[in-house]
Design a protein around this ligand. Structure first.
Ligand SMILES: [Zn+2]
Length: 159
């Protein structure tokens, strides 16, 4: 019986050393350990947000840049029923089509014509300078910006 009492006394002795440490901890030592608890949280936050941004950059479809293809458009008809070709745009009279700026050949390989926007003199689109007034047209490669891909059907798309 005395052995049980000794065990109980040991338990109370142990509790009397543990409980004060839990109830009134050494705050100075804990504050010194604070960076050890905060640093992993900060690193975890940085890794998770960086990972999220990386995944978003990989998976989110953005605008697409495509080189403008030489897709001609039909020339609008004038009041006299003949096609009207605006000055400064290459055109083909055989196809009655207006080509994008910078085009020099039609889809069939025919040379395109262009009317000078300054003096309306018609020349080959391959020539950059107007023979009549000397106006030089410098065409750049057209770039089209396409819209981003639409969200998947079903209405559950996330932005
Ligand atoms: Zn001209």
């Amino acid at each position: 019986m005395s052995e049980i009492a000794a065990r109980i006394a040991d338990l109370f002795t142990w509790l009397s050393t543990i409980v004060p440490a839990l109830v009134t901890p050494d705050w100075a030592a804990l504050i010194r350990l604070l960076p050890l608890f905060v640093a992993p949280v900060v690193v975890l936050w940085l890794v998770s947000t960086g990972g999220i941004w990386t995944l978003l950059g990989i998976t989110k479809p953005g605008p697409r840049l495509t080189l403008g293809a030489a897709a001609p458009t039909a020339a609008p008809l004038g009041a006299d029923g003949r096609p009207h070709f605006p000055p400064g745009r290459p055109y083909s009279t055989a196809e009655s089509a207006i080509y994008p700026s910078g085009s020099t050949r039609s889809l069939a390989g025919e040379p395109l014509l262009i009317a000078c926007p300054n003096c309306l003199a018609v020349r080959l689109a391959e020539r950059s300078a107007c023979d009549a007034c000397g106006l030089e047209l410098r065409a750049r490669t057209p770039i089209r910006v396409g819209p981003p891909a639409p969200p998947p059907p079903g209405g559950a798309a996330r932005a």
